[in-house]
Design a protein around this ligand. Structure first.
Ligand code: ATP
Length: 586
């Protein structure tokens, strides 16, 4: 046991002597005594004292609260620089270090006061006879108040329906969902409608004064930390059921959203990740959106993704709109919001399917929970070029490898066909017997395999891992049906969707380059018009079935810009923290 030295902290010394005075024995007392005399605790107390002493000067305050965001922007800029100086490289390597990025994230959390404790709710056993009223005064500005109001169905009173996270009302900390509005600017609102209240608010100038009866146990809820990737486009202007259009958050498929509240079963509150606007917006919850998609698939089997899936006809039971500077009107009745709620999930044949991809039709693309995966130096994620046969995946893969053959590598395929004399095992192919290959396929060792002229061909997951572990970037251009086998926490692929340009451009670019049809393995000939149309058709279909897996899209119009974009993707994979399914990190 360490013996306290002379400069031992006085508070610890006092605690120790009072412990001795207790004169009790036993394991707990011995443990406490040892703890109070330990050097580690003493060091911690000293650190604490120093922080408290320095804090008194109040010299420490964060200059910014988005250091990590700035870092990512810098990395993006540096990624575009072709020739880099030594200083650039040093800065790059520093900014890419996971520990450095972890410090920046922690810094931002502290700067954003992400740790603040929340005050306990007002006790619900307070005297009900004596109604507590709070007067809240807010300065009117260009910013919306960030709250919606509605008429309470049971009491008929005007209440705060919801408070948008990060908005003016939320930041005041004084207005909560469920608070009853008694008066606005001195005008009692009893027996008024939400629209009347909006009119009062719109006509007010300077400050707005609310007289509110606080709701019990409705204190501000803590922000959730959930991030999701949106798998559909959403525009609140086209959504007839959103309780308040101005409160809606528009987003595109692929955007990462920070879900700050899931308190409401049908309308979540979210911010777009990386945006500096603190006020959250309303988005349809997963349950609501799933219901809409299923409803759309049943009523319109041709429905493709890209359009917001909405139930019923537009302009139905919509909530009254609200002005941008005022609290918003009520949520429409629950029945108006829920025409799809009781609809069971069903399989629906949407395409004229020839392959067996029933599994994929089960996926209802709403949101995918994601988390940031930090790059691990020397362990780049495999780069997967997905797309329709003939679109140019192999051409782009070849050109990428040609830019740096030591860095970009494609796995050597396995085959059961006999080795030719001119061939070397492990160079063009790994030659194995048909029995061995069949057994490995049955054991799930292959990420893709197929048969051509009576011989098996395929690529193993292990060969991908070997390349990753060797510090090089593994580049794959598998058949699209291999995607679901590939997209696992084990391989963590970065999937780039190679999509064709519009038909006219597809034909023009391929004809100008004398492109060879990849549909005909036996002879070298140009693509037919029907084949060009097929490329576009199957591209749409692959995007529909697997779009939720794609990390980015590249349009393969002219080869040079497509390759430049691919090089950028390859850079990102090696250097940037990227969003991946949260389940990969658990
Ligand atoms: N952007 C482009 N402009 C002109 N020609 C292109 C372009 N991209 C690819 N090609 C040509 O189109 C043909 C088919 O490309 P590629 O073999 O890469 O297709 P793929 O997607 O790998 O299809 P498959 O899997 O069926 O081989 C090739 O002759 C290739 O050189």
């Amino acid at each position: 046991m360490d013996t306290p030295s002379e400069n031992w902290d006085p508070a610890l010394t006092r605690l120790l002597s009072s412990l001795k005075e207790v004169q009790a024995e036993g394991e707990d007392v011995a443990f406490l005594s040892e703890l109070l005399q330990s050097k580690q605790l003493h060091a911690l107390v000293q650190v604490h004292n120093k922080i408290v002493a320095k804090g008194k000067d109040d010299k420490f305050f964060p200059l910014l609260s988005n250091a990590m965001q700035v870092t990512l922007e810098v990395l993006d800029l540096l990624g575009n620089v072709v020739s880099v100086s030594k200083e650039y490289q040093q800065l790059l390597s520093l900014l890419q270090k996971p520990h450095f990025q972890a410090i920046l994230c922690t810094h931002d959390a502290v700067a954003q006061k992400d740790y603040y404790p929340h005050l306990p709710d007002v006790p619900s056993d307070a005297d009900e006879e004596e109604e507590t009223v709070k007067i809240v005064q807010l300065v009117k500005s260009d910013e919306p108040l960030g709250a919606t109001i509605k008429t309470d169905e049971e009491t008929g009173k005007i209440v705060i329906a919801r408070v948008m996270h990060g908005g003016a009302a939320d930041r005041s900390g004084l207005i909560h969902a469920g608070d009853e509005v008694v008066a606005v600017n001195g005008v009692p609102v009893e027996s008024k409608t939400p629209a009347d209240v909006l009119a009062i608010l719109q006509s007010s100038e300077g400050t707005i004064t609310f007289k509110l009866v606080p709701a019990f146990s409705k204190g501000g809820s803590r922000e959730s930390k959930v991030r999701v990737r949106a798998l559909f486009n959403y525009s609140s202007a086209e959504d007839p059921y959103i309780p308040c259009k101005e409160a809606g958050l528009n987003f595109k498929k692929g955007d990462v959203l920070h879900i700050v509240s899931q308190d409401d079963a049908y309308w979540w509150q979210a911010r777009r990740e990386g945006e500096r606007i603190m006020r959250a917006g309303l988005i349809p919850s997963r349950a609501l959106q799933e219901g809409r998609i299923i409803h759309d698939r049943q009523t319109d089997p041709q429905s493709m993704d890209g359009k917001p899936a909405l139930c019923g006809a537009a302009g139905g039971a919509s909530g009254a709109d609200c002005g941008p500077q005022t609290p918003c009107s009520p949520t429409p009745t629950a029945t108006a919001l829920l025409p799809c709620k009781s609809t069971p999930k069903v399989k629906k044949i949407i395409y004229d399917i020839t392959e067996n991809d029933d599994f994929d039709r089960e996926v209802i693309p709403t949101y995918e929970e994601v988390a940031r995966l930090y790059p691990r130096p020397g362990l780049a994620r495999p780069l997967v070029l997905a797309g329709a046969p003939g679109v140019g995946r192999n051409e782009l893969r070849r050109r990428l490898i040609a830019t740096d053959p030591d860095k970009f590598v494609t796995p050597i395929p396995y085959t059961s066909r006999p080795q030719k004399q001119s061939e070397q095992n492990g160079k063009e192919y790994m030659f194995v017997s048909r029995e061995t290959m069949e057994q490995d396929i049955a054991e799930g060792k292959f990420i893709e395999h197929g048969e051509y002229k009576g011989n098996l061909y395929g690529t193993t997951a292990e060969s991908v891992e070997t390349i990753v572990n060797s510090g090089r970037v593994c580049v794959l251009s598998p058949h699209w049906q291999a995607l679901k086998v590939l997209r696992t926490p084990r391989l963590r692929p970065y999937i780039v969707f190679i999509k064709p340009p519009p038909l006219e451009r597809l034909i023009a670019t391929r004809q100008a380059a004398h492109a060879r049809s990849s549909f005909d393995k036996d002879s070298s000939r140009a693509f037919t018009e029907e084949e060009f149309a097929d490329i576009i058709r199957s591209s749409n279909r692959i995007n529909f079935l697997y779009g939720y897996m794609f990390d980015e899209e590249i349009e393969n119009d002219e080869l040079a810009p497509a390759l430049a974009q691919l090089l950028k993707a390859a850079w990102r994979v090696q250097s940037e923290p990227l969003w991946v399914p949260a389940s990969w990190l658990q």
